[in-house]
Ligand binder design. Structure first.
Ligand code: FAD
Length: 395
């Protein structure tokens, strides 16, 4: 491979790996630079939305991912007093997707599937233990400085995609602001192998529980149930991470059960931020490097994969001379706007809904669930299909 004649991707998370797969499938050579010595095993995103599965299908990755995950055709809203008050079924939008369900599967399974598929492709290279530190650009190329085995090295390419996560060094080096705010509360994720289906008979794989003090959501993954709770600004990290505290939160879930086997707890600080631009010359930002949001609605990784496909389809057309470079401005215009209008707004609204007092949210959802037209509109929005349609309409 001519080292200049390729696209560099910083970061081998789910978004960087999807970008790499999409470019390689379209005949564009790629080198992925990953700071860690191997793919991450961290337990983070576990929900893939229908249009994301449609996109992964194009890359040949949906089928093996589905084989490793749980198909979730429905999701539920509950509250502590009444239990279930609204259930939605993706069958209602089966004409708008070839995957009318959410897939519950850890993001680390996707990166491994993609790496296994790409490994022997001539146009694909991945270099681990290579941390991107700085970016410089000229009219026809990008140069990246790297830290590798304690040495500083550099790599050159025609384009650079920064998929290096929320603390993106690509974004910092390009001098792009990350505008937004940090929530005062943190989120605690507790994992347990306990079989909730045995005690809550009508439970599905994805369930949100509204409560003004301690809302939560329970998600089932192939390996465990994950329950997420908000942790108030007045509760210390030390308290939040103690096993007894996790047990006390878990004890609020099912009357009569006050001890659980807890396999894992993780405490997250949660932000809502969008980069001031997703493109600077020949460098682009996608995924968490470009935007971060709270995990309610499962839109962070999904939105990042939508960025990756939007950008790489344009980049491949430019690479092969089918479109002029101005085509790449569309990526920033479309994805930045829908990130602000949909992903950020909706994830903030999802949090407000779950923690709201009174019955307004419950009553509104019941009304939506009772109306086929409103259910359809609601599902198209929560499945992120409306945001993709809006991006297309922007031209
Ligand atoms: C508890 C939790 C639950 C979530 N649930 C969902 C969900 O259900 N659905 C959803 O859509 N989203 C969810 N998210 C969000 C989701 O995890 C992120 O949006 C997703 O990981 C973003 O992927 P990414 O590839 O952009 O970044 P990352 O996954 O952060 O990957 C970035 C990669 O870049 C590497 N890197 C970092 N710096 C450098 C550097 N300088 N040079 C080279 N490499 C570098 C890192 O090592 C890493 O491998 C959740 C998040 C949390 C915390």
């Amino acid at each position: 491979m001519n080292t200049q004649d390729r696209v560099l991707i910083a970061g081998a998370g789910p978004v960087g790996m999807v970008a790499a797969a999409s470019l390689v499938r379209q005949g564009v050579p790629v080198t992925v630079l990953e700071a860690n010595a191997e793919l991450s095993n961290e337990s983070r995103a576990s929900t893939f939305h229908p249009p994301t599965l449609d996109m992964l299908d194009r890359l040949g990755a949906a089928r093996p991912l589905i084989a490793q995950g749980l198909i979730a055709p429905q999701f539920q809203y509950r509250n502590r007093r009444e239990g279930l008050f609204a259930q939605f079924d993706f069958a209602t939008i089966a004409d708008a997707t070839t995957h009318p369900f959410r897939l519950q599967c850890e993001q680390s399974r996707l990166t491994r599937i993609l790496l296994a598929q790409l490994q022997n492709e001539a146009d694909f290279e991945i270099v681990f233990s290579s941390t991107v530190r700085g970016v410089t650009q000229s009219a026809d190329g990008v140069s990246v400085s790297l830290e590798r085995d304690g040495r500083t090295e550099s790599e050159a390419a025609r384009f650079l995609i920064g998929a290096d996560g929320a603390r993106s060094e690509t974004r910092a080096s390009l001098g792009i602001d990350f505008e937004g705010f940090t929530w005062p509360e943190r989120f605690l994720v507790v994992s347990t192998p306990f079989d909730f289906h045995s005690v809550i008979k009508d439970l599905v794989h994805v369930n949100y529980v509204a409560d003004p003090q301690r809302w939560n959501f329970f998600l089932q993954t192939p390996a465990a149930w994950r329950i997420m709770f908000p942790i108030g600004a007045d509760e210390s990290d030390e308290l939040a991470l103690s096993r007894e505290f996790a047990q006390s939160l878990m004890a609020t879930l099912v009357p009569g059960i006050d001890r659980y086997e807890i396999t894992h707890t993780t405490l997250y600080r949660v932000h809502q931020r969008v980069a001031a631009t997703f493109r600077k010359g020949r460098a682009f930002l996608i995924g968490d490097a470009a935007h971060i949001n709270n995990p309610l609605g499962g839109m962070g990784m999904n939105g990042g994969i939508h960025d990756a496909i939007n950008l790489t389809d344009r980049l491949a057309a430019v690479w092969h001379g089918a479109k002029p470079e101005s085509e790449l401005d569309r990526f920033d215009k479309q994805r930045r706007l829908v990130t602000k209008e949909y992903v950020e707004k909706q994830s903030i609204q999802n949090k407000k809904n779950l923690e709201s007092t009174g019955t307004e949210f419950r009553d509104r959802l019941k009304e939506i669930a009772a109306s086929p037209e409103r259910t359809r509109e609601y599902l198209l929005a929560t499945a992120m299909i409306s945001s993709l349609k809006r991006a297309q309409e922007l031209g």
